[in-house]
Each structure stands twice: as structure tokens, then as C-alpha cells.
Design a protein around this ligand. Structure first.
Ligand SMILES: [Zn+2]
Length: 58
């Protein structure tokens, strides 16, 4: 009486879903264009993708 043992039990760990994942700062005010108010695609110093105004870090 030698049968194959179940050696591979499926252990699925459920991840906590709901927490925001990201390393970006919460406040993106420094990315807002002073001219048109749009949000730049990257951190300053950069240019506004819409009106090409210079967005400085301040
Ligand atoms: Zn702009």
C-alpha cells in the first residue's frame, strides 16, 4: 500500500489590495505649471508639455 502523497499543496497567499503603491510624493504642487495650471510629466526643473512654460523647483 504505497500511494503517492500529496506533496504539493497549493498555498496561495492573498496580498492586501487597496493600499496605494507608488514612490511619488503625495503633493504634486511643484509640478503644476504656473501658466496654465497643468501637471508636468516629470519633476521640475522642466517645461510644461502644454504651454512650454518653465516649471522651476522654486
Ligand atoms: Zn503650462
Amino acid at each position: 500500500m504505497s500511494g503517492p502523497e500529496h506533496g504539493g499543496e497549493a498555498t496561495q497567499e492573498r496580498r492586501h489590495v487597496g493600499e496605494p503603491v507608488g514612490g511619488e510624493p503625495v503633493c504634486l504642487m511643484h509640478r503644476v505649471c504656473p501658466e496654465c495650471g497643468r501637471l508636468a510629466d516629470e519633476d521640475p526643473p522642466t517645461r510644461c508639455p502644454h504651454c512650454e512654460a518653465v516649471i522651476d523647483e522654486g
